[in-house]
Design a protein around this ligand. Structure first.
Ligand code: BGC
Length: 739
C-alpha cells in the first residue's frame, strides 16, 4: 500500500513539474507556482502579478534594448540575441517571461537576406491603403505576423500611420495616406490581425514625423487642436482598433520637446486621455534624456541603454525617478507581452509559408492598383485588336522597384538589376524585385508580339513605340527613410522618355511604380495611366491581370496627386541649416537646433487643403477608375442613427467593386468648413446590378477639439453629407441634423 502511495506521489510530482496536472479547481500546479501563467486572468492582472516578483534590476532590464543586429555602432553584449533583427529586450527567464525579439516589418519582415531567410513583400503600405479594404489590411498583417514568428521574432515595428502632410517625405510609401479615418482604420486592422498571430504589435511614429529632412532635430510646430483633429486622430483610431502592445515615439520634436520626451503627446494624450495601457518604445536612437523622458512617458529606450540603463538606475537611487514610475514602465512591457500572447505562445522557428504569402500579396495588389486614366477604353488590352506591344523602361524586363530604408524587404536572389554576386543590400540601395511585368504580360498574352526597350535611348524607344499597336512605359520613383524627394517629378529623365514615346504613339499607357504622388506633365498626351505603387512579391502578376482585364481595378487614391509642388502647403521642404547637417542624432547639450517646420495648414491635410485653397488637383483623393461604370441614387439620411443609405448601380458591362465614399461638412458658422471623409463601403456588383448600402458616419471626424478645456465638441446643427465615387465626385447631397 505504501508503495502505491509513493508511486502516485511521484507521478503527481512528475505531472506537476511538467505542468500538466490540473486540480478539481482548474488551477494547474504550474499556475500555483506561477499564477500569472493562468490564461483566464487579464493581461493587466498577469502583468501586476509578475511585477510583484521583480527586483529593481529585473524591472530596469525591461526598459532598454541591447543592441541592433547587423549594426556595428549599436553593438552590446546581448546583441547576438536580436536574431538579426532591430532589437532585443531581456525577459525574466526565472518567471517565464520571454525577451522581446524585435524586427522591422513595414511591408514584410526586414533583413531576411542577411539572415539567410525569405520574407514576402506585400505591396507598399500606401499602395495597400488604396484598397480601402479592412479585410485586405487584416490579411496583410496576418502574413507579416506569421512570417515574423517563423523567423523567430515576437515583436514587430510595422504600423506606420503618419499622415501624408508632406508628399515628398521619403517614407510616404510606409504610411496609409492623408486621411485620419482611412489611415487609422486600415493601419488599425493591419496591426490587429498581425498581433493576433502572437507578436507584439506596434504603431508608429508618434507623432508629426511627417518629413525625413532633419528628422532627428526638426521641431514640428502645430496647434494642439489641429494635431488632435489630424495626425493624433489617425493614431487614436488605429490604437482603438488594434489595441497594439506598443507605440513608437518619433525622432522629431513636437512644439519644442522630442517625441520621446513629450509630456503632452505621451503622458497627457496617449496615456491619460486615451488610456493607452501598453508601452511607449523609442525610435532607434530617439531617446535623449533620462529623468525627463521617463516622466514624460517613455517606457523603453531603443536600441541601447544610454539613458534607460545605468543612468536610470542612478536616477532611481538618487530619488529623481520614483520606483512607482519604474513600476509603471515595467508593467506596460509585461502587459504588452501578455496581451499579444507571446508569453503563452512563443514563436517556433519554421519555414515561412511562401505560397500563402504570395497569394495574399497578389490579391492585395490587385485591389491596390489605381487606374487613373483610360481614354477610349485603351485598357484592358484586347488581344484581338492589339497584336504588338512595346514595353519600355523601368527595368520591366527584370523586375519592379521597392521602397527602402528600415522598411526594405529583401528580394529573393538579390537585387534584380545588379550583376550576380552583388546582391547584398544597403538600406539606401534602389532595389528591384525579380518580378518582371514583361514576363508576366507575355505569359498572359502568348499570341501577342511583346518587345522590350530599356528606354535609355529616347529615339530607340520612340522607334519601337511607333512600330507597335500599344505602348506601355514603366516609370518609377524611388523612396526611402532618411531622405525626402527634391520634387514630385519622375527622376532619371523619365518625363522626357514618356513625352517622346507618346509623341511617337499616342496609344501609350504609363504604369507608375511610385511611393508617393508624381507630377505628370505628359498626362494629356498619353491614353492611360495605371498607378501600381511598390507592388510587392507578386506585383507583376497582379498588374498583368489588371492590364488584360482578368481583374477589374477597384483601387482609389489614399493621397491627392497635385498638379505641381506649388499647390502644396509648402512649395519646397526647407533645407536643414548648415550647422545641423551631419549630426548623428538629435540635439546635444552643446547644440540646440533651430530647424522648425510650421504646419500652418493645420488639420487641412490633403484634399481638405485643396478644397480650402480652391486648387484643382491632378487626381483627387479617393479617385480611381474601373473598367465598368457606376451610378449613385436615392440618398437618405438617418440623423438619429447617424447613417446614410443610397443605391449604387453597375451601369457597365463588367462585374466590379465600387468604393462608395461618404463625406460630411460641419454646420455653417463653424470655423472648419471643409469636407471630411466620414465613411465608405466596398460594393461588389454584377453588370446591371444595384445595391442599396448603408454607411455609418463616424462621429469622430465631425468633432472639433477645444484646447481651452481639452474636450471634443460635436456641434449641434445641419451637417451637409456628400456621397459618391471620390472626394470630388459626389453626386448625392443630403443633410444630417445633430441636436
Ligand atoms: C526608423 C524606425 C525603425 C527603427 C528600427 C528607425 O530609423 O525610424 O521606423 O523601426 O529605425 O530599425
Amino acid at each position: 500500500m505504501q508503495d502505491l502511495v509513493r508511486r502516485y506521489y511521484f507521478l503527481f510530482l512528475l505531472m506537476a513539474t511538467l505542468g500538466i496536472f490540473v486540480s478539481a479547481t482548474g488551477v494547474s500546479a504550474q499556475d500555483a507556482k506561477q499564477p500569472w501563467m493562468n490564461k483566464s486572468l487579464s493581461p493587466a492582472e498577469r502583468a501586476d502579478m509578475v511585477l510583484q516578483q521583480l527586483t529593481l534590476d529585473e524591472k530596469l532590464a525591461l526598459l532598454h534594448g541591447n543592441g541592433m543586429g547587423h549594426e556595428a555602432k549599436w553593438h552590446m553584449p546581448l546583441t547576438p540575441l536580436t536574431n538579426g533583427g532591430a532589437g532585443y529586450v531581456e525577459g525574466v527567464e526565472r518567471l517565464g517571461i520571454p525577451g522581446l525579439v524585435i524586427s522591422d516589418a513595414a511591408y514584410g519582415v526586414r533583413d531576411s537576406g542577411a539572415n539567410g531567410r525569405y520574407s514576402t513583400a506585400m505591396p507598399s503600405n500606401l499602395g495597400a491603403a488604396s484598397a480601402w479594404d479592412t479585410q485586405s489590411a487584416c490579411e496583410y498583417g496576418e502574413v507579416i505576423g506569421r512570417e515574423l514568428r517563423a523567423q523567430g521574432f515576437n515583436m514587430t515595428l510595422g504600423g506606420g500611420v503618419n499622415l501624408a502632410r508632406e508628399l515628398r517625405n521619403g517614407r510616404t510609401f510606409e504610411y496609409a495616406g492623408e486621411d485620419p479615418l482611412l489611415a487609422g482604420t486600415l493601419v488599425g486592422n493591419m496591426i490587429k490581425c498581425e498581433q493576433a498571430q502572437h507578436v507584439v504589435g506596434d504603431i508608429k511614429h508618434y507623432v508629426m514625423n511627417d518629413q525625413e529632412t532633419g528628422r532627428f532635430v526638426v521641431n514640428a510646430i502645430i496647434s494642439k487642436r489641429a494635431m488632435q483633429e489630424s495626425d493624433l486622430l489617425a493614431f487614436h483610431i488605429g490604437i482603438d482598433i488594434a489595441n497594439p502592445g506598443a507605440v513608437m515615439c518619433s525622432y522629431n520634436r513636437i512644439n519644442g520637446d522630442f517625441g520621446c520626451a513629450n509630456t503632452y503627446t505621451l503622458h497627457d494624450v496617449l496615456k491619460r486621455d486615451w488610456g493607452f495601457p501598453g508601452l511607449v518604445i523609442s525610435d532607434w536612437g530617439g531617446t535623449h534624456s533620462t529623468v525627463k523622458a521617463s516622466a514624460a512617458g517613455l517606457d523603453q529606450e531603443q536600441p541601447m541603454a544610454d539613458f534607460f540603463g545605468p543612468k536610470l538606475k542612478e536616477a532611481v537611487e538618487a530619488g529623481k525617478v520614483s520606483v512607482s514610475e519604474i513600476d509603471d514602465h515595467a508593467r506596460r512591457v509585461l502587459y504588452a507581452e501578455f496581451l499579444s500572447g507571446v508569453v503563452d505562445d512563443p514563436p517556433q522557428k519554421g519555414v515561412v509559408d511562401a505560397a500563402k504569402g504570395l497569394e495574399v500579396a497578389q490579391r492585395v495588389e490587385e485591389k491596390s492598383i489605381v487606374l487613373l486614366k483610360n481614354s477610349q477604353a485603351v485598357l484592358p488590352i484586347d488581344p484581338s485588336k492589339v497584336h504588338s506591344i512595346a514595353i519600355i523602361g523601368g527595368h520591366a524586363d527584370v523586375g519592379m522597384i521597392s521602397g527602402g530604408g528600415s522598411a526594405q524587404v529583401d528580394p529573393p536572389g538579390g537585387n534584380a538589376i545588379m550583376p550576380p554576386g552583388k546582391g547584398a543590400t544597403h538600406w539606401q540601395d534602389h532595389i528591384w524585385f525579380p518580378t518582371s511585368p514583361l514576363k508576366a504580360l507575355r505569359a498572359k498574352l502568348p499570341n501577342t508580339k511583346i518587345e522590350f526597350d530599356p528606354g535609355a535611348d529616347l529615339q530607340l524607344a520612340a522607334d519601337l513605340a511607333k512600330n507597335s499597336d500599344l505602348v506601355i512605359v514603366f516609370a518609377y520613383q524611388w523612396l526611402a527613410e532618411d531622405m525626402d524627394l527634391p520634387s514630385l517629378s519622375l527622376p532619371d529623365n523619365q518625363d522626357a522618355l514618356i513625352e517622346q514615346v507618346a509623341a511617337a504613339n499616342p496609344n501609350t499607357i504609363v504604369v507608375l511604380e511610385t511611393g508617393t504622388a508624381v507630377t505628370m506633365p505628359w498626362l494629356d498626351k498619353v491614353a492611360g495611366v495605371v498607378e501600381a505603387w511598390y507592388a510587392g512579391s507578386a506585383g507583376h502578376k497582379a498588374l498583368a491581370n489588371v492590364l488584360v482585364g482578368d481583374v477589374n481595378p477597384t483601387g482609389k487614391l489614399a493621397i491627392t496627386f497635385p498638379k505641381s509642388e506649388n499647390d502644396l502647403p509648402r512649395p519646397a521642404i526647407a533645407p536643414l541649416p548648415k550647422e545641423d547637417q551631419g549630426l548623428p542624432s538629435g540635439n546635444s547639450a552643446k547644440h540646440i537646433s533651430t530647424y522648425a517646420i510650421h504646419y500652418d495648414e493645420g488639420p487641412e491635410v490633403g484634399y481638405k487643403w485643396y478644397e480650402e485653397q480652391h486648387k484643382q488637383p491632378l487626381f483627387p483623393f479617393g479617385s480611381g477608375l474601373s473598367y465598368t461604370t457606376y451610378a449613385y441614387s436615392g440618398l437618405s439620411v438617418d440623423s438619429t442613427a447617424k447613417t446614410v443609405a443610397f443605391t449604387v448601380k453597375n451601369t457597365g458591362k463588367r462585374a466590379g467593386t465600387e468604393i462608395a465614399e461618404v463625406y460630411a461638412k460641419l454646420p455653417k458658422g463653424t470655423d472648419e468648413p471643409f469636407k471630411r471623409l466620414a465613411g465608405w463601403k466596398r460594393v461588389t456588383l454584377a453588370p446591371g446590378e444595384s445595391q442599396t448600402v448603408t454607411v455609418t458616419i463616424d462621429p469622430r471626424v465631425l468633432q472639433t477639439f477645444n484646447e481651452a478645456n481639452n474636450r471634443w465638441n460635436l456641434a449641434p446643427g445641419d451637417y451637409a453629407v456628400f456621397v459618391g465615387s471620390s472626394s470630388e465626385s459626389t453626386p448625392l447631397i443630403g443633410s444630417l441634423t445633430l441636436r
